[in-house]
Write a protein that binds this ligand. Structure first.
Ligand code: SF4
Length: 304
């Protein structure tokens, strides 16, 4: 039986620092796994390639929803008419019920909606299940002892502060959280010490790197994303259009749990991100910042 040190690498600062720690300081032979959600910024894909040149090969995996989408298509054709959905809409939905190969979009096509802060099924279906099925279970079935390295820090949230550094899971693998007591500064120091650049998105105003946008994006993050990366907003608008046509209620927005606000699509959320507190009127300072912003800006002081 051999020991396999597996770590999820997201392209973010914490998992990169953990990978540097394991390889450069602890001399570990680790298996880094990048789970592609399909909703990452292109710079993150390039950054994972860059890390690979510095730290060693990465296993890239992604979720596949082909079978689920095929089953849902069948269900739509057999049941929606009985439920009173117009035939033209059913035909259009069935036509669009095909996998695109983009995991995030395919998940939304299958579900007929976007995930939300209240129904956060994206992490489960895009990251946890594929990693379990494609990495952990095969390694365990081969008889390996699997140690899952997790780059979480206690300072990130009250829930994370309660996590132990090591624990065993009912599934048969162990968890190791080496960064639990680290600060964000420690994380960037680890990059600097080994002359490995952090993801360039941190110097472009992003506080966190992951999906772009993430369903948890706050007002400031959305403002930053729309002014620096309008092409990502355009992509989400295209996805909203597709998912709306396969949703039984014939509409779908990227931020569904915030529908009470009266906003119905990503463009309206973008306009809201430019407003002052309360959302009633445009923020004059933001209007200026919309047009003029520094090339380098970092919430972690990386541009100083
Ligand atoms: S980064 Fe955000 S949108 Fe992406 S899987 Fe995680 S919670 Fe969902």
């Amino acid at each position: 039986m051999s020991i396999k040190d597996v770590m999820s690498v997201s392209g973010g600062k914490d998992s990169a620092a953990m990978w540097i720690l394991a390889v450069k300081e602890m001399g570990k032979d680790v298996l880094p796994v990048f789970c592609d959600t399909g909703n990452e910024h292109p710079m993150t894909y390039e950054y994972v390639d860059y890390l690979e040149t510095k730290l060693g090969p990465v296993m890239r995996i992604k979720a596949d929803f082909s079978e689920r989408i095929a089953n849902k298509r069948q269900y739509i054709l057999e049941h929606w008419e009985v439920d009173g959905v117009p035939v033209e809409f059913i035909n259009k939905a069935a036509e669009l019920m095909v996998p695109t190969g983009n995991p995030f979009l395919d998940l939304c096509i299958w579900k007929g909606r976007f995930p939300s802060t209240k129904a956060r099924f994206c992490t489960q279906f895009l990251k946890i299940i594929p990693t379990m099925e494609q990495v952990y279970m095969p390694l365990l079935e081969e008889g390996n002892q699997v140690i899952s390295w997790q780059g979480v820090r206690a300072a990130e949230s009250a829930a994370r502060a309660k996590l132990p550094e090591r624990e065993d899971t009912p599934e048969g693998y162990s968890i190791y959280r080496p960064l639990l007591k680290w600060s964000a500064r420690d994380v960037f120091d680890m990059h600097r010490k080994h002359r490995i650049e952090p993801n360039p998105l941190y110097k472009l105003g992003m506080g966190r790197v992951g999906c772009m946008p993430c369903i948890n994006a706050n007002k400031a993050e959305l403002f930053e994303i729309q002014r620096r990366f309008p092409e990502e907003v355009k992509r989400i608008a295209e996805w909203e259009n597709i998912v709306s046509q396969v949703a039984k209620r014939q509409r779908a927005t990227f931020f569904p749990d915030r529908e009470g606000s009266g906003m119905t699509d990503i463009h309206e959320w973008v306009e809201w991100s430019k407003t002052s507190y309360g959302g009633g009127q445009y923020d004059l300072l933001k209007m200026i910042e919309q047009e003029e912003f520094p090339q380098c800006s970092s919430v972690y002081g990386l541009c100083e």
